[in-house]
Design a protein around this ligand. Structure first.
Ligand SMILES: Nc1ncnc2c1ncn2[C@@H]1O[C@H](COP(=O)(O)OP(=O)(O)OP(=O)(O)O)[C@@H](O)[C@H]1O
Length: 890
């Protein structure tokens, strides 16, 4: 807030109007929000809030007072929703200050109160994609230094999904950051000072919390919120359990505190209706194939590498053939957390095999899911009281599909299908409940009346009859009065302000009988009432009011009954999602000719005739060519463990690397894969170091990012991991880069033994095959023609014969002169280098750095190159020479 406005705001209390005094109290209690202050039909914003809102929402900024010291802008209350969502999407928090009494009945100024605080993590965004979850997260560090644990809790208010996890040990921080980077919550809560001196929004966090930049809103809460004494009782009371053990949180206090703090926040921001948050699930990452935030981004699993690019490059897009929103969300979550449980993977593959081989049953299954809407989100809206009659009928329409879906699922007898069908609750009672209570085609709003079916409540039926007969009586009155007065255009009408009245045209006004009482004069008409009409009016309006009350009561009772069954509905929704996911896998496998991979415990990674699922699709769709299948043979235990891939730019190296990771992910998700054959020993974690990362935008150099990522790989990969390194060392001087790449390959080969795919432009590295027994050279092939090179995209054994960088540059249109000169320079270099590299590859490698890459002499060469010889005096020249010699001698 600027000084000027804060001065105006804090002006003498006495000089403020009573409403502005209320405003100030509300604003003081919610200083970090934009305050929407209800005044009649508008929400008004004042002072700095008005300036911000006018800018963000493109509203006209006006002033409340004559002196123009109070900036103001406003939005009509009925259109507030869209404005609120726009602010939330930009990361603002908004407090809603409502009028708490009817202005007509208020004595003095209307009482106002902040009824709800909306934040990105607590407000439901209707524009939210069905496949995305809207997580509010909280993170905490609990325990002492010796037994520190980091807890994370995640709540998706739109579906009621609530889960928590925790990490301990020396890499707890890094794992926490990874998890948050992968989940990408829209809002993160944390204890301002609890993070052991690490400020989440500050510099120190940069290193350990690489994924957190993407989180729009970070909300610090006071430290005591994250204490066991405060958070755990909250958690226990919400779930009405005596101990955390009942929630599966025994021994996981940090996770419990994170969850409790999250509930605290829900209360503090006055979020009502948490009935659908009826369970908390403790989850562990160890049972899944671990993917860090960097790999999720690099492999474009769910989002394109560069925001704003088309979604079509993502694996999620390529694999999304789910029929329901629940299925889509599960697919997304599954791609981010593939399984590492052999039995589970196998059970899924078996289920997929059965359904993919049976077109008729599979289609029946998928057909049974059309019409299934977002059960979880409908439930969420019901709990948050934002569901109207139409949402309830949508819910019924969805429930109505369930028995059919169950029957279609039962058609398959693979164990996974059976487990899903056994105990599947098709919620028929709930369907009956809605179908017998709510009228067909109810109005949008409860207030419109006619929502509840006849025959449910005797009084309601009577009242409806009364108002119906009342209306008939009014029609009769109209007819009678027309005859009595002889005015054929006489009408009996109703409006909200005047109630029922008789309307005649001006010209006829003189002819009305004496018992007509004038009510209103319009330009062309006069309106009257009569005692009889007044009588009916009271009867009808009272009947309508009363029936409205009864309808509301019955509707609320129905809502409560449905919410009581929230747990059952959520369990069914979970099963529907799984059925949908397996159906989707089966459908794609059949449609695209994918095959069942063999997943086992060993160290192999072998596929034959494999394709990159996304690139293949894109080539097919654009009609620009066919994907050339390729193969991989790796074995962490015996046989080749490192594949070194060389070849020209654009040759398909990156595609080959990514394809290997995507196929592993698909297989461990339990899906078939685009390959003729695939055999896979379970992978515990995929590491990627591919291309430039968007971290560059955050001010770290490309090289620094690359080395940080490489360090993480070398420090934590195991011999069950899959490591992909693409063009490592590119970001620095050639010799530095080559040396680092060389040493990295050696380390991976000799020490770690992880299955590794290493794509490089350093041809020198291909000589490593002579020394490292389990390293194999591969090359992407090209054909040289008189017109230049043609990419064949096939991968074959052996090192690339030469670099085609200059050829590719020619294709890109570099001027002929530059190309010719580059060829000359290349020849000189190649001659000089080949000898040195051979020496380095021989066994006396420790001397490599000095003989082959002499950074020192490189520096001297650079110095000499920079000197302006003509501008140098003889003395300066001598000094320089002496200096260079000193440096050489060291
Ligand atoms: N097996 C294949 N079959 C058909 N097209 C392919 C195949 N592999 C790659 N391509 C196509 O070739 C293009 C270049 O592939 P990719 O980016 O993998 O090359 P690269 O060797 O990594 O290049 P650079 O070294 O410049 O990064 C891709 O856009 C893809 O469409």
């Amino acid at each position: 807030m600027t000084q000027e406005t804060s001065h105006a705001l804090s002006g003498d209390l006495a000089t403020l109007s009573p409403a502005m005094r209320q405003y100030r109290t509300a604003k003081d209690a919610h200083p970090d929000t934009l305050l929407f202050f209800r005044m009649g039909d508008f929400y008004e914003l004042f002072f700095e809030d008005a300036v911000v809102a006018a800018r963000e929402l493109q509203l006209t900024l006006t002033a409340r007072d004559k002196a123009k010291s109070v900036p103001m802008c406003g939005v009509p209350y009925h259109a507030a929703e869209t404005y609120l969502q726009r602010l939330l999407r930009k990361g603002y928090r908004v407090a809603i200050c409502e009028q708490m009494e009817d202005p007509k009945q208020a004595k003095g100024v209307v009482r106002r109160e902040v009824t709800r605080v909306l934040t990105p993590g607590t407000a439901l965004d209707p524009a939210l994609g069905a496949e995305q979850s809207n997580y509010l997260a909280s993170v905490v560090v609990a325990g002492s230094n010796t037994s520190m644990a980091c807890g994370i809790a995640l709540l998706d208010l739109s579906t009621g999904e609530f889960r928590a996890t925790e990490f301990s040990g020396p890499s707890a921080w890094a794992q926490t950051a990874d998890e948050l980077g992968r989940v990408r919550p829209v809002e993160l809560l944390y204890g301002a000072g609890l993070l052991g001196g690490v400020n989440l929004t500050g510099e120190a966090v940069e290193e350990g919390f690489a994924g957190l930049d993407a989180i729009r809103t970070k909300t610090p809460l006071e430290e005591w919120v994250f204490t066991a004494d405060h958070a755990l009782p909250l958690l226990r009371s919400h779930f009405r359990v005596a101990s955390l053990d009942g929630l599966g949180l025994a021994g996981h206090e940090a996770a419990g505190i994170a969850a409790g703090a999250l509930l605290h926040y829900m209360r503090a921001t006055k979020q009502g209706g948490l009935e659908h948050v009826d369970g908390l699930r403790f989850y562990e990452r160890s049972s899944c194939l671990e993917l860090d935030g960097v790999s999720v981004r690099n492999l474009e699993l769910v989002e394109p590498l560069f925001s704003g690019e088309t979604q079509q490059t993502t694996l999620f897009y390529t694999m999304d053939a789910c029929c329901t929103p629940m299925g889509k969300r599960l697919l997304r979550a599954t791609l981010l957390r593939p399984s590492s449980d052999l039995a589970e993977i196998d059970a899924r593959l078996e289920a997929v095999a059965q359904a993919s081989g049976d077109l008729r049953r599979r289609e029946a299954l998928r057909q049974a899911m059309t019409g299934v809407l977002d059960l979880e989100r409908l439930l969420g809206r019901l709990a948050l009281d934002s569901a109207g009659p139409r949402e309830v009928t949508s819910l019924a329409a969805t429930l109505q599909c369930l028995p059919g879906l169950l029957a279609a699922t039962r058609e398959f007898d693979a164990s996974k299908w059976r487990r899903l069908a056994d105990g599947f609750d098709s919620l028929e009672d709930l369907y009956e409940l809605i179908a017998t209570t709510i009228a067909e085609d109810p109005p949008v709003s409860l207030a419109d009346g006619g929502v509840i079916r006849p025959g449910i409540n005797a009084e309601l039926d009577e009242l409806r009859e009364l108002s119906r007969s009342g209306r008939q009586a009014l029609a009769a009155i109209e007819e009678r009065e027309r005859q009595r007065t002889g005015i054929t255009s006489l009408k009996v009408r109703f409006n909200n302000v005047f109630g029922y009245y008789i309307e005649v045209t001006k010209a006829n006004a003189k002819a009305v009988p004496g018992d007509y009482e004038r009510k209103q004069t319009l330009v062309n008409a006069e309106r009257f009432t009569t005692p009889e009409l007044k009588d009916y009016e009271t009867k009808i309006l009272t009947a309508q009011e009363r029936s409205g009350e009864i309808e509301r009561k019955i509707f609320n009772e129905l809502r409560r009954q449905l919410l009581d069954a929230a747990g059952r509905m959520r369990e069914t929704a979970r099963r529907v999602a799984e059925i949908d996911l397996l159906g989707c896998f089966a459908h794609l496998s059949a449609l695209r000719g994918w095959t069942r991979p063999v997943v086992e415990a060993g160290g192999q990674l072998e596929f034959i005739g494999a394709r990159h699922p996304v690139v293949e699709r894109r080539l097919e769709e654009s009609g620009t060519g066919r994907f050339v299948p390729n193969s991989v043979h790796l074995d962490a235990d015996a046989g080749p463990s490192v594949l070194l891939i060389t070849g020209p730019n654009m040759g398909g190296k990156s595609t080959y690397l990514r394809q290997a990771a995507l196929l592993v992910i698909m297989a461990q998700c339990g899906c078939f894969v685009p390959a003729e054959r695939m055999r896979l020993g379970l992978v515990d974690r995929i590491y990627t170091r591919i291309g430039a990362s968007d971290n560059v935008a955050r001010g770290r150099s490309t090289f620094m990012v690359e080395m940080t990522e490489t360090a993480a790989i070398l420090n934590s990969a195991t011999n069950r991991s899959l490591v992909l390194l693409d063009e490592m060392g590119r970001g620095t001087a050639t010799y530095d880069g080559l040396s680092l790449a060389w040493a990295t390959v050696e380390h991976l080969h000799n020490r770690i033994g992880a299955r590794t795919l290493f794509a490089t432009h350093y041809h020198e590295l291909t000589l490593l095959a002579e020394r490292l027994e389990r390293l194999k050279n591969l090359r992407v092939t090209v054909k040289e023609t008189t017109g230049g090179i043609v990419f064949l995209h096939a991968v074959e054994a052996g090192p690339a014969s030469k670099s085609y960088g200059i050829e590719v540059a020619r294709l890109a249109g570099l001027p002929a002169g530059v190309i010719a000169r580059a060829r000359e320079v290349l020849k000189l270099h190649e001659r000089a280098e080949s000898q040195q590299v051979r020496e380095a590859a021989a066994d006396h490698v420790p001397a490599m750095q000095m003989t082959m890459f002499t950074p020192l002499s490189q520096r001297i060469v650079d110095r000499i190159a920079e000197v302006d010889v003509d501008g140098l005096t003889p003395r300066e020249a001598l000094n320089l020479l002496a200096e260079l010699q000193r440096e050489l001698k060291g």
